[in-house]
Design a binder for this molecule. Sequence first.
Ligand SMILES: *Cc1c(COP(=O)(O)O)cnc(C)c1O
Length: 389
Amino acid sequence: MDKPFDFETIAVRAGQERSQFGEHSEALYLTSSFVFGSAAEAAARFSGAEPGNVYARFTNPTVTTFQTRLAALEGAERCVATASGMSAIMATVMALLSAGDHIVSSRSIFGATQQLFGNILNRFGIETTYVPIADVDAYRTALRSNTRLVFVETPSNPLMELADVAAIAAVAHEGGALLAVDNCFCTPALQRPIDLGADLVIHSATKYLDGQGRVLGGAVCGSSGSMEDIYKFLRTAGPTLSPFNAWVILKGLETLRIRMQAQSDAALDLARRLEEHPRVARVFYPGLESHPQYQLAKQQQSAGGAIVSFEVKGAREEAWRVIDNCRLLSVTANLGDTKTTITHPATTTHGRISVEARAASGITEGLLRVAVGLESVDDIYADLSTGLH
Ligand SMILES: *Cc1c(COP(=O)(O)O)cnc(C)c1O
């Protein structure tokens, strides 16, 4: 058998089907519906007897190319694209769970995911139990007979704690549940959860898959069976990916590996410099030897990723001083861009949770989160250093 193509090759080539015009770059099909050659063909397409496009809420060739490529990058049987990362999570739960089912989730997950689990799904009879991300036994203890899904986001935001995907997959499977991993921070360029035993991989394509801060998008990858259920939910409920956004993200995938590698290298360099800085109390980065899960990070990720958090000596005043002295870094909670961003989690992304819960999760007033982009590390470090005194 021929050797399968490498990641870099898949990222550039997979899923493309040229039209009659022989275009070299992937075509953008901005069309909401498709025409049929005859009444019989229309009937066959609608009934599913004949494959082919019908309506863009069901399928669109540009979206299909994106799905095929991301599935190949994640090593999944199939991928289904969604309008955003949140609609990927919503579609997964709505398609695979029912009222009366239970979710076990790592505690420090994206704020909107927490809102979805806590304020929306609970109204539909789906309950969620939160456990500390790194405590494998806590997942086992939290499992119930009705637990259908274990959900983790690794590394966590903003403290960069890791979930041991292989160990948690084994626990989930013993309990008859599926393991879903939100792979937004690492992308398949750095971490492939399915290879580690996960069943579902969830993406906010808005972040590193696009990588240039242009469009919203999302995706779920996994087995053909689960993906068929998610696809059926989406084509009925409607939060599907627009062809334009699919095309933008598809072009983003072509540079995913080199961006993730360059941004991870820069993040490690920055983390090392910050660790040496006399005004920095602590640095949180899985690529540092000082990270408590450094060995696990080396096993399940090929690099540390682009997010570095650090605690300044002092509290809110000292942390805000760093932000307010930045001339280069963008002051925004967004991440996954070529432009470096900085945020103060305690008063932005994690501002709505109680002071006690925030303290318990380790998100202090002195904590800053930097999402490293593609500028030079010297410039990023110089910008951060201005207010570090
Ligand atoms: C941004 C983000 C999401 C949500 O994605 P959207 O595209 O904004 O809907 C989910 N999970 C993580 C980890 C994120 O960073």
